[in-house]
Design a protein around this ligand. Structure first.
Ligand code: FAD
Length: 394
């Protein structure tokens, strides 16, 4: 490993990979380090992604697409279903990825473009001189060395420590850290073209349970509830096991993963002198769905673009990197995060009864777009009182 790069990226998830890929394409020397021994494993994700989001970065490839999803269903506590079908007026649902291969594809792209990639290599300490970040001390197979960089991109995910080491507040309130458990279940009867979301306090209090198709007879079956709701006998895994017993008693669990998903607001500022923070580390996860793959890639790309300009201008101060922070907040992604945060705050306070009423009011609608915005607009149309309750929303 060289001791000096233009850009050092910490973390080999989708955010870090796209940042390194973009930096290399811009002609910068880029180094990506990943603490785990393999990119993409273990998977801590339900692997769902919108089609447009994905194709903005890569052409879909059957090697890393497990399922092409044509329908989505939201199931209310009393079983009422809200449905979306893909064939309606341009509507689209999404893909379920195979992230073991998808994450690798992104890192391959970065490396093909010229980035150096090192697995089993972790950042253990920032190098800070005169208050300015100059890279990181990294540990690779028991050996420590300094890697200096003009810009360091913290892409170290939900467990992100790097930005905190640099003095940035990144704590996630315990009620906004979703405690997730997921089984990869096989040999079950499912609709292989549908992603299903189950709501309700009996099923997943203040969260949801998902069944995302992974093939003809396999699915990611998982749940996320606030870490603050995890109580003995009612931990996320207890809810998931009860659901499994009721819906898939004969399913074979071939993988079990645990993970956290931050559904708080993004951190206050995502840059400082020599530092940019992206993806889950910046908490740019959709507060309603917990989806963060696409936003990690969007912030990764933008961060590297801004870094390239700053490096070319010979100024990687906080002020020079600030356009990244300003731009993503003003973007559609930034606006959606803020709106969905407020919508989440509204929905998590609903009783099962109220949820049933709302679901019932839109159960027979043919949605042309499966987005939080479309759902909320339809709900408001049919439940005008909601407008008052959601009055802060734009
Ligand atoms: P990550 O993918 O978490 O990558 C960060 C990487 O940094 C990790 O590989 C980690 O090992 C590495 N790292 C950490 N510290 C260091 C260090 N010091 N040195 C070197 N490397 C380090 N999102 C969706 O869009 N769709 C979904 O269906 C979905 N389902 C989810 C289900 C679950 C159960 C969970 C937990 C999350 C889910 N998410 C989903 C969220 C999604 O997984 C994340 O938003 C996404 O992976 C964020 O990408 P990232 O690159 O920011 O971080």
């Amino acid at each position: 490993m060289k001791s000096e790069y233009d850009v050092l990226v910490i973390g080999g998830g989708p955010g870090g990979a796209v940042a390194a890929w973009t930096a290399a394409r811009k002609g910068l020397s880029a180094c990506l380090i990943e603490k785990r021994p393999a990119i993409g494993a273990p998977v801590r994700c339900a692997e769902g992604i919108g089609k447009k989001l994905l194709t903005d970065f890569l052409e879909p490839d059957p090697r890393w697409i497990s399922a092409d999803i044509k329908r989505a269903r939201i199931v209310a506590p009393d079983g009422t279903q809200i449905q979306l079908k893909e064939d309606l007026a341009g509507a689209e649902v999404g893909y379920v990825l195979d992230r073991k291969f998808f994450d690798r594809e992104l890192v391959w792209k970065a490396s093909e473009a010229g980035a150096d990639v090192f697995v089993k290599t972790r950042a253990v300490e920032p190098i800070i001189e005169d208050g300015i970040l100059k890279g990181a001390v990294v540990e690779s197979c028991g050996r420590r060395q300094e890697v200096r960089a003009q810009v360091t991109i913290a892409a170290d995910g939900v467990e992100s420590k790097f930005a905190r080491w640099c003095g940035i507040e990144t704590a996630v309130p315990v009620q906004e850290l979703m405690s997730c458990v997921q089984y990869l279940v096989t040999d079950i009867d499912i609709d292989p073209a549908s992603n299903d979301f189950y709501l309700g306090n009996e099923v997943a209090p203040q969260g949801y349970l998902w069944v995302f198709a992974k093939g003809e007879r396999s699915a990611n079956v998982g749940i996320g509830i606030p870490a603050s709701k995890n109580m003995p006998g009612n931990r996320a895994k207890d809810y998931l096991d009860r659901f499994m017993a009721e819906h898939f008693p004969d399913g074979k669990i071939i993988e079990c993963i645990f993970g956290g998903d931050p559904v708080c607001r993004p951190i206050d500022c995502t840059v400082s002198d020599g530092l940019m923070i992206i993806g889950d580390a910046a908490r740019v996860v959709d507060p309603i769905t917990g989806g963060g793959i696409g936003n990690a890639m969007i912030t990764g790309r933008l961060a590297a673009e801004v870094a390239a300009k700053a490096i070319a201008a010979g100024d990687t101060s906080k002020a020079a990197l600030m356009p990244y922070d300003v731009e993503w907040r003003a973007s559609k992604m930034g606006q959606n995060l803020e709106r969905n945060y407020k919508v989440k705050e509204f929905f998590i306070k609903l009783s099962d009864e109220k949820m049933n009423d709302l679901a019932d009011s839109i159960a027979n609608i043919d949605f042309a777009e499966f987005s939080v915005k479309a759902l909320v607009l339809e709900l408001i149309k049919r439940n005008p009182k909601m407008l008052f309750e959601l009055r802060e929303l734009k």
